[in-house]
Design a protein around this ligand. Structure first.
Ligand code: ASP
Ligand code: MG
Length: 462
């Protein structure tokens, strides 16, 4: 089999975890062609983001040295534990030390300039992955697995110049294939590719958006016609609900691309919302596996699922949202809609869900809470058109997802009757024609209870 495996976050928290993950790769690479994608060590991307912003705001540079020292400590300690071979150890130390040198200079530059552009932010964020890939690769080599560390750009991921949320260009597919295939097929090497980052056509580093290493993995899988993608996480698979909210939630063995996309759009932190696009067309299954419980099957995300009896398959909750309400009377509805959404798009506001009534204009738009100021700003001057804008920032969105909902009458009835019985008031409702999900907003403090009520109503714990 040809498998693209991605490791990230807490799976690669420290040296012993990295060693554990590399041993997993070794185990599967005996009989398979394996490509590894790594993201940064847990928390590193966030720290890089913080330091970048601090450099831009504060003109003093003292904290930069401390930051670099702290990062060095974490990464060098990881090398000590994960890389057993002395020659490899010194090779990887010298790679890391020039990366740290570069990082320190960039941070100093930002602090002298007092300016942080999207482009320089991407450059700084790329260090998390660029530091881990050589460590992971050296660890594999010290375990006797032939390996080579590559950046996203080296691997052929070419993107547009939308720094912070760059989109891979179609030509990436051919490039990736021409660079990765000979390595795995002819040289029998396990490439370790930095997730999350790509490069513009003229070689400038870009990032694919937070959590983007999932997308790196599926992109490569699609380009090399992999048989499967394995996303190694810290959970046994995709669950019927967050077990922190519903203690008897269970793992879903099989879920369709569509259902998984709905879930990740609605806040279930399973995978990057765009990650399934590259593999869907080629019907490459994506497996969610537990790094710390590798023999469990996990969840397979694939073309279609047999279990149409699962009307509602999983529930998700997004707590940090707000509703922007656009209302008024007596004008062209489509005209106002177009204006509103154009403005939100220009302001890069992430719209989560929409509901409207058209008798008179009343458009409710759910956005991330952190996007609320941007959204209100963007819509401010709509006032001249006699439109009223208000907001509610005390809500949460619950989403019930399941392909079996399509064509099954009474699902929405059951959801809302169950909520009614429990005295939970619904603030806003949305269901699209695909009938893959019913989403609704409730008061934030009732969000978790709403999830439990529906989980119980559809007997999701079995
Ligand atoms: N390290 C990046 C992030 O934290 C990418 C990823 O984790 O997939 O967003
Ligand atoms: Mg990360």
């Amino acid at each position: 089999m040809r498998i693209v495996m991605k490791f990230g976050g807490t799976s690669v928290r420290d040296g012993s975890n990295i060693l554990h993950c590399a041993k997993l790769v070794k185990r599967y690479s005996n009989d398979n062609e394996v490509v590894v994608v790594v993201s940064a060590m847990a928390g590193v991307t966030d720290s890089l983001l913080n330091v970048a912003e601090k450099c831009c705001e504060e003109r003093s540079h003292g904290h930069i040295k401390l930051f670099i020292a702290d990062m060095m400590k974490r990464h060098y300690e990881a090398v000590e534990i994960a890389v057993r071979n002395e020659e490899m150890k010194s090779k990887v130390y010298s790679t890391l030390s020039s990366l740290f040198d570069e990082l320190e200079k960039v941070l100093l530059g930002i602090s002298y300039l007092g300016e942080l552009t999207n482009r320089s932010r991407d450059y700084i964020l790329s260090f998390g992955e660029r530091l881990l890939a050589p460590i992971f690769s050296a660890c594999l080599i010290s375990l006797g697995v032939n390996s080579l560390a590559l950046t996203g750009g080296d691997a052929g991921i070419v993107t547009d110049r939308n720094f912070g949320r760059a989109k891979p260009l179609p030509k990436s597919y051919n490039l990736i294939r021409s660079r990765i295939e000979p390595l795995i097929k002819i040289n029998r090497v396990v490439p370790v590719v930095t997730g999350f980052i790509g490069s513009t056509e003229d070689g400038i580093i870009t990032t694919l958006g937070r959590g983007g290493s999932d997308l790196t993995a599926t992109l490569i899988a699609s380009a090399i016609d992999a048989d499967e993608v394995w996303l190694w996480k810290e959970v046994d698979g995709i669950m019927t609900a967050d077990p922190k909210i519903v203690p008897n939630a269970r793992v879903i063995p099989e879920i369709s691309y569509q259902e998984a996309m709905e879930l990740s759009h609605f806040g279930a932190k399973i995978l990057h919302p765009k990650a399934l696009e590259p593999v869907m067309r080629k019907k490459i299954p994506v497996r969610i596996k537990n790094t710390f419980n590798p023999d469990v099957e996990g969840t397979v995300i694939c073309e279609s699922t047999k279990s149409s009896e699962d009307i509602v398959k999983a529930l998700s909750l997004i707590e940090k949202v707000a509703i922007v309400n656009v209302s008024g009377a007596g004008f062209d509805f489509a005209e106002i809609m177009a204006k509103v959404f154009r403005r939100l798009a220009n302001a890069k506001v992430n719209v989560i869900m929409v509901a409207q009534s058209s008798s008179e204009l009343n458009l409710s738009i759910v956005v991330e809470k952190s996007d609320l100021p941007k959204a209100l700003d963007a819509l401010e001057d709509l006032d001249e058109d006699n439109v009223k804008i208000d907001r509610r920032d005390d809500v949460a969105v619950v989403s019930a997802v399941g392909a079996g909902m399509a064509g099954t009458p009474g699902v929405a009835g059951r959801i809302f009757s169950a909520l009614g019985r429990e005295g939970i008031n619904v603030v806003m409702i949305s269901q699209s024609c695909s009938e893959f999900n019913v989403s609704f907003a409730v008061k934030r403090e009732e969000g978790k209870r709403a999830v439990r009520v529906i989980h119980e109503e559809f007997k999701l714990s079995k």
